[in-house]
Design a protein around this ligand. Structure first.
Ligand code: NAD
Ligand code: ZN
Ligand code: ZN
Length: 344
């Protein structure tokens, strides 16, 4: 079969011929219908693979949707031909944390060498994907595969970041979303659909700001120093109740503490060289700072249900497997709108 592989650090990924896997034990083979491209792929390709503990070549793709093609001899719970979304942050399934459905925080994944598809295990940007266990498959139930694939990460990750903050986002409050890309454009829609807050988006470039407004942001401003005064103005001086940073670089993490009021929340989702320093001289009193990772299995069910209700809409740009390497050039140049999805 053909697969998009990360071959070496700093080199663009390549489409290569690899053996089609056969499911053993409880594994399930999926025929891939769609696989989303995440900015984290670019991060992985830019870092020394040894530092990340990743063996190369690596088939990319951690947002996968497909149909069940074949079951391993011990696999059960899914039927051949069933359309499914793949829950990517695989855990051991047995530790205390995994039993709550939060497999992304598995207590034993490191020790057991369990890696997510596309981030250590062979990923979804291929004709077939091997899934370790049927518990990591969630029925699509009528969702379109192309728009559903990004829901498994670009949807699930912001949902997991936003959900704990929802009770405080009452009428009169403000949430700031930094970075209106794959994750951010869904974060904006989720905040509008699930809370009464006003949503302010920050990004770079008029096209991105227009896109943020199109998907529901009440205001969109350039992501620089001037954003602090802009947030002050649209909140009547009160500042934001929550900041969701989908960039995670110094340029964004320096802004967040200056846009909140006491007891607000700063959620750093973007993976970059930025950090939010916590201390009495760095931000207002009692601000909570978190860096959540991906999401839980129950939350993936909730995100798919939210999409079925049409409360959120995934903006996609579709690419063939052959054209997939160009996705990362366009991502780097910040030219993508919403999520790039590969249809093998
Ligand atoms: P993306 O490339 O689709 O979107 C990034 C957006 O940020 C773009 O619109 C870009 O114009 C904008 N941007 C860049 N610099 C900016 C700045 N200084 N201020 C404001 N906006 C800026 O990326 P994505 O796939 O949505 O991923 C976003 C980030 O989240 C990445 O760092 C990715 O690695 C990370 N991520 C984290 C998790 C997690 O579990 N924590 C999961 C998935 C992705
Ligand atoms: Zn991702
Ligand atoms: Zn576990």
């Amino acid at each position: 079969m053909r697969a998009l592989q990360h071959i070496a650090n700093g080199r663009p990924p390549e489409v290569r011929e690899v053996p089609t896997p056969t499911p053993t034990g409880g594994q399930v083979l999926i025929k891939v219908l769609a696989a989303g491209a995440c900015h984290s792929d670019e991060f992985v390709m830019s870092q020394p693979s040894e530092a990340l503990g990743i063996e190369l070549p690596l088939t990319l793709g951690h947002e996968g949707v497909g149909v069940v093609a074949e079951l391993g001899p011990a696999a059960s719970g899914v039927e051949v031909g069933e359309a499914v979304a793949v829950y990517g942050p695989w855990g051991c399934g047995r530790c205390h944390t995994c039993t709550t459905g939060a497999e992304q925080y598995c207590e034993r994944a490191g020790e057991l060498g369990i890696r997510p598809p596309g981030l250590g295990a062979p990923g979804a940007m291929a004709e077939y994907l091997l899934v370790d266990d049927a518990r990591h498959l969630v029925p699509l139930q009528g969702l379109d595969p192309v728009t559903a694939a990004p829901l498994t990460d670009a949807g699930l990750t912001p949902y997991h970041a936003i959900k704990p903050v929802l009770p405080s986002l009452v009428p009169g409050t403000t949430a700031v979303v930094i970075g209106a890309g794959g994750l951010g454009h869904l974060a904006i829609q989720m905040l509008k659909a699930l809370s009464a807050c006003q949503v302010v988006a920050l990004d770079l470039g008029e096209d991105k700001l227009a896109f943020a407004r199109e998907v529901g942001a009440d205001h969109a401003f350039a992501s620089d120093e001037s954003a602090i005064e802009a947030v002050r103005e649209v909140t009547g001086g009160r500042m934001a109740d929550a900041v969701f940073d989908f960039v995670g670089m110094q340029a964004s993490t320096v802004l967040a503490p200056r846009m909140v009021h006491p007891q607000s929340e700063i959620v750093v989702v973007g993976v970059g060289d930025g950090a939010v320093p916590v201390g009495f001289l760095t931000m207002p009193y009692n601000v909570k700072v978190r860096s959540p990772y991906w999401g839980t299995i129950p939350e993936l069910h909730e995100v798919l249900a939210l999409a079925r209700s049409a409360a959120i809409r995934v903006e996609t740009e579709v690419f063939s497997l052959d054209d997939a390497p160009t996705i990362y050039e366009r991502m780097h140049a910040r030219q993508l709108r919403g999520r790039a999805v590969v249809v093998p």
